[in-house]
Every structure is written in C-alpha cells, then in structure tokens.
Design a protein around this ligand. Structure first.
Ligand SMILES: Cc1cc2nc3c(=O)[nH]c(=O)nc-3n(C[C@H](O)[C@H](O)[C@H](O)COP(=O)(O)OP(=O)(O)OC[C@H]3O[C@@H](n4cnc5c(N)ncnc54)[C@H](O)[C@@H]3O)c2cc1C
Length: 455
C-alpha cells in the first residue's frame, strides 16, 4: 500500500492516520456527484451544503482526499489569477477584470474565515507576499506590475531596496513589490480538515475509487455507478487521463524542497517575520514560505512536461530539479548553505491552452467543471467551489457573473506538438533568466515565448 506520508512535508506533518475511506461498492443515486476530492471538489461540496443542508453529495477519489496538488502545494493562498488583469481586460473589459480580481482578494479572506469557523488549524498566516527584484530587468517588471495593480486596484506596492530587504534579506536585492493579499497555509491540514467537515455534514467520500467515465447524470467506476442530477469534474492536473479530455489541460509539474526547522538566528538574518510568502521576478517561477515550525519551503517549475500528458508518481521527484532548487535557495540565502533538506516532492497542476482558469456548468447535461488554475489554485478553488454551488443551485449571483464562468479554452495541440511546445517554453524561460543575469537586459526570448504560449 502507498505511504501517503511521503507525498509531501505537509502530509508528513499530519497528526492523523492516513488510511483510505471505504470505496464505492455498488450503485447509488445522489443529487450531486463529484469526481476528485481535492480543494475544488471539497469546496464545492462545502458550499452546496451551506446552501442546502439536505443536499446529498458523493465524491469519488482515486486515492485519498488531498492526494493531488491540494495536499502538496507551496501553501500560498493568494489573490493571484492565471490571466493577468490587463490581459483579462482586453478580453472582457476593465470592469469585469476588476471584478474577477476583487473576488480573488475576497477569497483569500474567505479561506481564512472558513478555516477558523470550522476549527481547521491550517497554520494560516495572513502575512502577504513579497516579490523581489534582483536585476534591472526584474525591477522593470516590478514597476510594470505595480502600474497594473494601480490601474485595477489590486493592492501591490513598490518597495525600494531597503524596504524589500527589510522583509526578506536575499542577495542582490534592488527592490520589489509587496501585497497584503496572501496567506501562508499548511495545505494538507486545510484539505484534510475540509474533507472531515463535509463528511460530518453528510457527504460521502469514496476513496480508492477512480472514475472511469464521467457522463451526463452518471459517474462510472469499476465498483459501481453514481447516478446524479449534477456531475462535477474536479480533477484539475489529472483531467488528461479522462476519456475525451486528453487535450483539455496540460499537466505541468512543480517541485518543492523543504529544510529542517531553522534556528531563530537564521530567521533573524533572512526575515519573513510575518511569514510573508515570497518569490522574485525571474521568468521560471520560484515560490517559498516560512512554515509555522520554522522551515523554509521552496519550490519552482522546471520539471519536464511528459509526452502525451502522462502523469506518474515517478515524475514527482526529479533529482536534477531538486538540486537546481537547492542551489537557487542557497544563492538567494547563503545562510542556508548547511541547512539540511528533509523533504522533496512535487506534483502536477493543470494548464489550459490559453492559461485561463475556468468554471462552468452545462445545464443541458448537468456536467460541471472547474480547473486550469496553473499554480494559483489554493484560493481559486474556493472561488470555484462557491461559484459551482451557485450554478448548481440555479442562482444568479455576483459570482456566477464573473468573467471566468463558462469560459471555454481551446484545446492543446496534438502530440508531438504539445510536447515540443511545452518543453521548448520551459527551456526558453530558463535561458531567458540566465541571459538576463549575464547581460542585465530584458530577454526578448521570454516575450516571444510568452506570446507563443498564449499567456
Ligand atoms: C508542487 C505544487 C505547488 C503549488 N503551489 C501552489 C501555491 O503555492 N498556491 C496556489 O494557489 N496553488 C499552488 N499549486 C496549485 C494548486 O495546488 C492546485 O491548483 C489546486 O490544489 C487544485 O486543486 P484541485 O482540487 O482542482 O486538484 P487536485 O488537488 O489535483 O485534486 C484532484 C483530485 O482528483 C483525483 N482524481 C483524478 N482523477 C480521478 C478520477 N478519474 N477519479 C477519481 N478521482 C480522480 C486526484 O487523485 C486528486 O486527489 C501548486 C501545485 C503544485 C503541484
């Protein structure tokens, strides 16, 4: 049997037995059937129950609740959305783009509110996010981001070098940005606590139960069928495995390392006193947080996309990517040179061809979905859950009028184009960062790839 504690530092820290709940055995009828017990599926169940305590809900989960990205992420509960406000505004107008981002900011608070209200201790620290600029091109991107923030009221402020270093004393800091709209969380505690909460309110979670087909009014598994008025697909990075969905989202891997708990003297040197989450303005995304028990958790993209959108637990661990992350961490914070890395893990997240997250319901078939959050799903899933609950209940609300509702992304190219494009994009971002470090000028390669990838 799989040892789920090995999934991530977060799972390893759980103070509960990690045995699977019983699988579905036979056929059953419910009001709403949900495939996938990560944040998307569980938040949907949570808000459906809030609207109607008598609603009958069953979730089927291939492994155990939180097994996917939800129990393995970097723990940023942020107001980030995969499509920038400026890009969104070109598609739907300034007001709708502003509304989408306002909903994201409110979502950060909502996640903290529910965790507190339901007694889920997920080490939530609403310390905001600091993003460092460590070269002139990065500083230019920081200024650009603050200009966009001012236009859409997003709440990011520019930091000069001293202010940025005051929050996070990395090497080569020239400035940065700060936003208060983010909380560091322990995601496995949150997702597992949420699973217990919806279960206590009457939902059934069938674990070890992969759906083999999602159809209008039915979810088929090897051990029985759930009949339901509404069926929700909440499989995000794993969606490509479902029949007919191979080209919906490209599963892209993000990998993370965590240090041992660090002495106070090291934290006095590094900072993050409010447990701010942090990143910098390089192209190939990195992200970090100071955990409640004083570890440094640091992750990034850079792992390869696998041919035909394949997903395998072997892909969660790529020694070369872990080594690169550790090297970057020490380059940022030389004080961590001798810190022991105790945990290394990773997982797939879902990217739509146009990098748009979306949520929707087809009233004719009762099929609903949400996903494509790229790396911003910890909070966005909550907005998705609230929105799906409203859509399923037939309510016309502010949430159901947000521009990501009903958005349809075009499908990814067939292979081998998808493989070539995705991996070339990853390489180009790495080269662009290296070129910027060497020459101190913005990389044209990065803007070309950004245009090509539709982001
Ligand atoms: C390493 C990493 C770091 C990240 N860092 C951050 C971060 O700091 N902040 C942030 O906002 N986002 C982050 N993300 C993204 C975020 O974790 C995801 O967007 C979010 O968890 C998606 O939740 P979900 O419920 O939609 O999908 P998942 O959590 O992936 O859940 C999907 C579930 O569906 C199950 N499943 C799949 N197929 C089937 C099937 N056929 N039948 C039954 N069950 C099935 C899976 O086992 C899984 O449990 C990160 C992701 C990764 C991988």
């Amino acid at each position: 049997m799989r040892d789920y504690r090995e999934l991530s530092l977060w799972f390893d820290q759980l103070d509960e037995p990690l045995t699977a709940r019983p699988a579905l055995a036979g056929d059953r009828k419910v009001d709403v059937a949900i495939v996938g017990a990560g944040f998307t599926g569980l938040w949907t169940a949570y808000y459906l129950q809030a609207l109607d305590p008598d609603v009958s809900i069953a979730l089927v989960e291939s492994e155990i609740a939180g097994f996917g990205a939800s129990g393995r992420n970097g723990g940023w509960c942020s107001a980030l959305f995969p499509v920038s406000a400026a890009t969104l505004a070109t598609e739907v107008g300034d007001d709708a783009a502003t509304a989408q981002y306002a909903a994201m900011r409110a979502t950060v608070e909502e996640v903290g509110r529910v965790a507190a209200a339901e007694g889920i201790d997920a080490d939530v620290a609403p310390g905001g996010t600091v993003v460092l600029a460590r070269s002139q091109p990065q500083l230019a991107r920081a200024r650009h981001e603050v200009a966009e923030s001012d236009r859409f009221g997003l709440g990011s402020a520019l930091l000069d070098a001293d202010a940025a270093r005051g929050r996070l004393a990395a090497t080569h800091v020239l400035g940065g940005t700060y936003t208060p709209h983010c909380a560091a969380v322990q995601p496995a505690k949150l997702v597992r606590g949420l699973a217990r909460t919806v279960e206590q309110r009457g939902a059934t979670i069938y674990e070890g139960t992969p759906a083999v087909a999602i159809e209008p009014r039915a979810v088929r598994t090897a051990s029985g069928t759930l009949g339901a008025r509404h069926v929700v697909r909440a499989t995000e990075g794993y969606t490509a495995r479902l029949r007919g969905q191979r080209r919906a989202y490209a599963p892209v891997y993000s990998l993370i390392v965590a240090t041992e708990p660090l002495p106070d003297a090291v934290w006095d040197e590094i900072g993050l006193r409010e447990r701010e989450t942090f990143s910098d303005f390089r192209h190939l995304i990195v992200y970090g947080q100071r955990t409640a028990d004083g570890r440094m958790v640091f992750g990034g993209r850079g792992a390869p996309y696998h041919y035909a959108s394949r997903i395998d637990t072997a892909y969660d661990r790529v020694p070369a990517v872990f080594a690169a992350l550790q090297e970057t961490l020490v380059e940022l914070f030389p004080a961590l040179r001798d810190a022991r890395i105790t945990h290394r893990w990773g997982g797939p997240l879902g990217i739509a061809r146009d990098w748009h997250a979306s949520v929707g319901l087809d009233p004719a078939t009762g099929l609903a979905w949400a996903g494509g959050y790229v790396g911003d799903g910890l909070s966005t899933t909550n907005l998705a859950g609230r929105t799906l609950a409203d859509l399923i209940a037939g309510r016309d609300t502010e949430l159901t009028r947000l521009p990501w509702v009903g958005h349809r992304s075009r499908r990814w190219e067939p292979e081998p184009l998808r493989w070539l494009g995705a991996n070339a994009g990853l390489r180009a971002m790495t080269w662009a960062d290296a070129a910027e470090r060497r020459h101190g000028r913005p990389s044209r390669m990065a803007s070309l790839v950004t245009a090509m990838m539709g982001r």
